[in-house]
Design a protein around this ligand. Structure first.
Ligand SMILES: Nc1nc2c(c(=O)[nH]1)N[C@H]1C(S)=C(S)[C@@H](COP(=O)(O)O)O[C@H]1N2
Ligand SMILES: [Mo]
Length: 401
């Protein structure tokens, strides 16, 4: 049965106004400074299905989550960041006529209606969706691309069906190497479709999911209604939104978005000397660990001599969070923060700590995440020309008076 509340007219009509001019003129709620040169931004609530978001670009939309909205373990759908490459994005989808096509090297090409998709076994998983270029604005020297602060990230509880089960319905042919995925957004004339590919074994690992629900609701139009790919532990460039076609390939995908774009240096931490262009490169893949300080603002003033609370969220990347440690002496010494409940290795984990009262003065507080395989964060910054994979240990200034 088609799940009525999930695919109703409300969602399908939500974006009708998006093509018009004057999009960015909605109620501006705040002016924010993201903390890097050129990082002054305004927030907007003018986008369908979204409340206050930081506006980077109206068309194709780039909307960032304000850091103070990242403190909840599950990022609310109406605060979840938005990133599209091309301006021609789906503004309405008719759930009755929508089909997910599966073709290429398969026994039986399919065009699956949503109600048939929903009859497959359901799976549920918490996972962080993070843009490869999250925090790119902090790169020095600066690199081209969306100048995100730290908010091109969110965690959601995703519900859907396994990509494996969909592939098995069609029957992956012998000799298959990769699975290419694409959605309803269209490139301008002459530009390549936004398509990404996963190795067949990855696509069939039982974790990669076609999600139709996000935090218990239908996906917002801007986050890929009616269905999107979820690739747990991997950067969200692979998380194809408004997914409408899957093609099984017998050779590695050599089209633009796999062969040319989203490549990282094949060097530790994807780090090369600033300005480097010629280095061995590989497609971006698994995420690294990160902690975010969300419960105390940069530059916060606290009462001298009184204990104070600090909190945030952390992610392990491709494996779970093992620990979050705090330092107030530039990384010479660390003490463990308390961890909140473990809601799955790919999701956010809450952390918090109470810091003993400070003598009057200026301080800095660092927060570092280490994951269960021992990957951690470093104080020094990395650089690569794509502005990818930044996970420098974050810090905030704290003043005691
Ligand atoms: N169809 C489609 N899917 C897409 C993209 C896109 O441009 N088109 N961008 C990808 C990138 S680079 C990111 S960061 C995520 C953003 O997901 P979100 O907008 O739901 O936060 O979508 C991914 N999936
Ligand atoms: Mo991205």
């Amino acid at each position: 049965m088609l799940d009525r509340p999930l695919f109703d007219r409300r969602h399908a009509l939500g974006l009708i106004g998006l093509g018009g001019a004057g999009l960015a003129t909605g109620a501006i709620a705040r002016d924010l400074d993201l903390g890097f040169a050129g990082g002054r931004r305004s927030t907007t609530s003018a986008f369908p299905g979204k409340s206050e978001m930081i506006l980077l670009r109206a068309r194709a939309p780039l909307l960032e989550t304000p850091i103070d909205a990242l403190g909840q373990v599950f990022t609310p759908n109406d605060r979840f960041f938005v990133r599209w490459h091309y301006a021609d994005i789906p503004t309405a989808v008719d759930p009755a006529s929508f089909r997910l096509r599966v073709g290429g090297a398969v026994r039986k090409p399919l065009a699956i209606p949503l109600d048939a998709l929903l009859r497959l076994p359901r799976v549920e998983l918490a996972a962080v969706n993070q843009c490869s270029g999250n925090s790119r604005g902090f790169f020095a020297p600066a690199v081209p691309g969306a100048q995100w602060g730290d908010g091109a990230i969110g965690n959601a509880l995703w519900e859907g069906v396994r990509l494996r089960d969909v592939l098995d319905l069609a029957g992956v042919a012998p000799g298959a190497v990769q699975v290419r995925l694409a959605g309803l957004d269209r490139p301008p004339p002459g530009a390549p479709w936004f398509e990404k590919s996963l190795d067949v074994d990855h696509a069939r690992d039982g974790e990669v999911m076609i999600a139709f629900r996000m935090n218990g609701d239908a996906l917002p139009m801007l986050n890929g209604y009616p269905i999107r790919l979820v690739v747990p532990g991997w950067y969200s460039t692979y998380w194809i939104k408004a997914l409408d076609r899957i093609e099984v390939l017998t050779a590695a995908d050599d089209r633009y978005w796999m062969a040319k774009a989203y490549k990282i240096p094949a060097a530790p931490r994807a780090n090369v000397a600033p300005g480097s262009k010629d280095f061995p490169a590989v497609p971006i893949n698994r995420m690294n660990p990160r902690a975010f300080i969300t419960g105390l603002a940069d530059g916060a003033r606290i009462a001298a001599g009184s204990p104070f609370a600090v909190s945030g969220v952390a992610m392990g990347g491709a494996s779970g969070v093992a620990r979050v440690d705090l330092s107030m002496d530039g990384g010479r010494s660390w003490r463990a923060a308390r961890l909140g409940p473990d809601q799955g290795k790919y999701g956010f984990r809450a952390w918090d700590a109470t810091i003993a009262g400070l003598a009057p003065g200026g301080y800095r507080l660092w927060a570092r995440c280490t994951n269960v395989v021992g990957d951690t964060q470093a104080m020094d910054t990395i650089w690569n020309p794509g502005g990818y994979m930044r996970n420098t240990i974050p810090s905030i200034a704290v003043g005691a008076a």
